[in-house]
Write a protein that binds this ligand. Structure first.
Ligand code: ZN
Ligand code: ZN
Length: 255
């Protein structure tokens, strides 16, 4: 499995793009950036978008993408997530007020967007990968994921979350996880803001790692607010923990 990081920042500013991971050219996790990160020839290869939650930094790439697909014709995609996430999208975004309802365009039977809800904490097969959503602790209904290829090897992604319990309990028990991509948005001095907005700081992540016995796992930090980038990196360097790396835009992780 190749995971190309199209965006992994906590804000869309300058060269920084927001959360969007492309798996084996066909599956996106979140849609923070699509048409401004991929050439048009790659658009048709994308079959599904697995969504963590409905905040705009995770969905803003969806709108120009589906518009472009409508212009290109003969291609549709599946939006996959837990049912409450899909409900928020259809009720609040694809509602003909914010953006056209591409779940019925060009027709209800042959729409650009098809919706597929998947159950929490169960593996659902999506062609060559299987995914398991786990509820996390953010300001809106949000799921992280276990993502596995057919031989069972995989990774986990916290999505946006503050301190949370179930995700880390499962992370402790899940086998064959090569790495965990985890949200750290703010430096430690902004811990209160992190907690209010449902994100982590370096110390909060390290506390989770220690509390749930995950010290032997590899972590990639994502969702750093660009303005705090250097400060957060310094805090991790000072911690001396070699199992925590910073996820980089445009890199490809391989399992
Ligand atoms: Zn969010
Ligand atoms: Zn976010």
């Amino acid at each position: 499995m190749n995971i190309k990081i199209l965006g992994c920042s906590g804000n869309y500013v300058g060269r920084h793009r927001t959360t969007c991971f492309l798996i084996d050219e066909t599956l996106l996790i979140d849609a923070g950036t699509i048409t401004d990160s991929l050439p048009r020839k790659d658009f048709r290869k994308i079959k599904r978008i697995l969504v963590t939650h409905t905040h705009m930094d995770h969905l803003k790439g969806l709108f120009p993408f589906v518009d472009e697909l409508a212009m290109m014709g003969e291609h549709n995609i599946e939006l996959v997530s837990a049912a409450p996430v899909l409900d928020i999208i259809t009720n609040n975004l694809l509602n003909n007020l914010i953006w056209p309802d591409f779940t019925v365009i060009p027709s209800a039977n042959d729409a650009i967007i098809k919706l597929q809800d998947i159950p929490l904490e169960k593996l659902s097969r999506l062609d060559s990968v299987s995914v398991k959503p786990i509820l996390t602790t953010h300001t809106v209904y949000t799921v992280g994921y276990v993502v596995r290829q057919q031989d069972g090897e995989g990774f986990m992604f916290t999505a946006d979350t503050g301190p949370t319990k179930r995700f880390w309990e499962l992370a402790h028990d899940e086998k064959s996880i090569h790495f965990i991509i985890a949200d750290v948005s703010f430096p430690d001095r902004l811990k209160d803001l992190a907690l209010i907005s449902g994100h982590m700081t370096p110390s909060i992540l390290m506390e989770m790692i220690d509390r749930y016995g995950l010290g032997d796992r590899t972590f990639y930090v994502t969702h750093i607010k660009p303005i705090f980038g250097r400060e957060i990196v310094r805090e991790f360097v000072r911690s001396g923990r070699h199992n925590i790396r910073i996820l980089k835009q445009a890199e490809t992780l391989t399992i």
